[in-house]
Design a protein around this ligand. Structure first.
Ligand SMILES: Nc1ncnc2c1ncn2[C@@H]1O[C@H](COP(=O)(O)OP(=O)(O)OP(=O)(O)O)[C@@H](O)[C@H]1O
Ligand SMILES: [Mg+2]
Length: 255
């Protein structure tokens, strides 16, 4: 692995599903070992950016590089936790089997999962505090528990880049803390994390830097720069007062 290269490089990325682009001319680079949050209103292209990093959607224009390689080629180095609601939870599979799915791509097709694979999957379940549920059907868990199991799958996969689409959506404070701990300990191993996040109040606390999207890249940088009231009111339209308070909080009133 060439460590001089950014973990993620997005160059002039334009993606559209129909006549209106979901992403327009987005460029950014993320250095390895960063925990980066993506913020922006509903429909602003956050999930589309994540899917572009995965090579799931084809750009109309521009490119996505992971460690200097085309996203398509670098697929094996990326683990992904999808946005909730995009997964069929009736699928008859246990918690442990879901975590083990993270290991399938790691071995040749003719080889069975090894004891090491099982240990890695079990350890990932412990990290998200779901080991006690390992024999439960995934459909029989609460939403927050399912979310944690999907994180375990991504951790077990062990890529250099971890992409999470709203991992904190609809989880209680304890689960949020558990997920944040896992994100931080994953960053400590030198991996790069990109996380779609909705809660602006916690964004500056959780992330090293933030990407503010609404079709275009409005801002990318340190949280206190990105969470600027003017910028936010332009992107989120007319909710300036709330953001002014947030900004005061994140800068301690210094501006
Ligand atoms: N498969 C698809 N087919 C057609 N349009 C799509 C598709 N996926 C997303 N879009 C559109 O592209 C735009 C960006 O969607 P995207 O899912 O990336 O937004 P988002 O920022 O993740 O929103 P949310 O906060 O609601 O998850 C939206 O206008 C959406 O309607
Ligand atoms: Mg989304």
């Amino acid at each position: 692995m060439n460590n001089d290269l950014p973990a993620i490089e997005v160059k002039n990325l334009t993606v559209s599903y129909g006549p209106v682009p979901a992403l327009l001319d987005v460029s950014l680079a993320i250095e390895p070992g960063q925990l980066v949050g993506i913020i922006g209103p509903n429909g602003s292209g956050k999930s589309t950016l994540i899917k572009s990093l995965l090579g799931f959607v084809k750009p109309d224009f521009g490119e996505v590089l992971l460690f200097g390689e085309d996203a398509e080629k670098a697929k094996g180095r990326v683990a992904y936790v999808p946005q909730r609601g995009s997964v069929d939870w009736d699928f008859p599979v246990t918690v442990r089997e879901v975590a083990l799915m993270g290991r399938y791509g790691k071995r040749p097709w003719w080889r069975d999962l090894s004891n090491e694979d099982r240990e890695i999957a079990d350890y990932a379940l412990e990290q998200v505090r779901m080991a006690d549920y390992r024999n439960r059907q995934i459909g029989q868990l609460s939403g927050g528990q399912q979310q944690r199991v999907f994180m375990a799958r991504a951790i077990a996969q062990g890529g250099d880049v971890l992409l999470l689409d709203e991992p904190f959506a609809g989880v209680d404070a304890a689960t949020e803390k558990a997920i944040l701990d896992v994100l931080e300990s994953t960053r400590e191993t030198g991996r790069t994390l990109v996380v779609v996040h909705h809660d602006l109040a916690t964004a500056s606390e959780y992330f090293d830097s933030l990407v503010l999207l609404k079709q275009r890249l409005f801002a990318y940088g340190a949280p206190e720069q990105v969470l600027h009231p003017e910028l936010l009111s332009e992107v989120y339209e007319g909710t300036l007062r709330i953001f002014a308070n947030l900004h005061n909080r994140s800068t301690g009133g210094q501006d």
